[in-house]
Design a protein around this ligand. Sequence first.
Ligand code: PLP
Length: 439
Amino acid sequence: MDDTPPISRREFVATSTVAAATIGVSATAEATPAESLAIQGGKKAVTEVVPAWERWGEPEAERLDDLLKQSSLFYWNGPQTKAFIERFQQHCPSTHVQTCSSGTAALHIAVAAANIAPGDEVITSPITDIGTVIGVLFQQAVPVFADVEPDTYNLDPDDVARKITPRTKAIIPVHLAGNPCDMKRLMALAEEHNLVVIEDCAQAWGARYRGKPVGTMGHACCFSMMNSKHVTTGDGGVVASSDGELGRLLQRFGDKGTDRVDRTPVQWLASNYRMSEAQAAIGAAQLERLEAIAARRNQLGRLLTQGIRGLPGITPHREDETDRSTYWFYMFRIQPDKFRVDRAQLVKAMRAEGTGASEGYIRRPLYGEQMFQDHSFFAGEWPIHEAGLTKMNYRDVHCSEAEAALQTGIRLRLTENMTDKYVEQLAAGIRKVVDHYAA
Ligand SMILES: *Cc1c(COP(=O)(O)O)cnc(C)c1O
């Protein structure tokens, strides 16, 4: 087979010419130097140099200058936090906004503020950052995993409906890779069953569902500002809500149960998830960049889809025409039986073309992680299970579409500094490899 080991272009042309001559056909297509795979010594499809990724600069420096003139770096009544919250509200209109230390913290605050009790069930996606479920587990609630749609890898509302029980209290839709979930159907289910909806928007800064900013449809929304997200404070997060009851509690659950407005007694256990003024200063400047980042990433994602649409054996990352996905990453899927080699080999060949492709996203669905398989969350134990508040056994959980998506997905990085030409070349690199290895 001509895919192992890599050989030089000259050798390749020579061998294929000889082979073709032997069986009496012309060697044109395979032997054209431009068409031979980079992994076999051919020319790389991606030659365009990506301009430097400037993530921070003057706007952040100005804010930090101001910060150093302040007498306090504490968030409460801090001018940086105030500016950050105002800008956040321009992107995601919400009446209550609490800055916090991470996306994980934002989610924990939201779950706690939603009054989710020990043994309550929270339905979410198995394809997400583990931070989605950490707060659920700390509140002694039960993450229930529903399957995903085959081409968005977002919660499948039909399977969510099947997973609803009398114990279900909430749904956490994850707008994976910045692609909005089917909020219309999820909100309808929530209304019908009186469930709280907490949108995990960690990967979805600037995304829109049917024109509406993600985070404004559920009862609460959570964003992350960790380093790899669209906008960042190195680490950080935001949790917001326009629901009076839930929203009112966000500050307390982010700040040790202390109500800094009314000074009411501490009523529940809450952690310290505060964000400092220094982070908020950077965050406020970052939010000025958000609209441009979101718009550009959407363009690039759509361009990539155009470039690989219709390729045999390939399913592009589906985005609804009327939405705005902000492509935190791009993941297409392969149909393995349409290729002569496995995904690992396809990815290797795509990488050799300069595409930076990688296999799947997380290694296994969340329920496949050891702490779920062993139910070993708290020093090897799971108190709510031992107390009879849940019968959940994660060893019996299987979301077949999620598992298949992780096994057949090929992921590409998209960042706003990439040029159109670069992304066109990414698509060309994928096409080249797909053509070559088509069964
Ligand atoms: C990043 C991320 C989180 C957690 O955010 P941190 O700031 O890393 O705690 C949660 N959910 C999703 C979908 C994420 O991508």
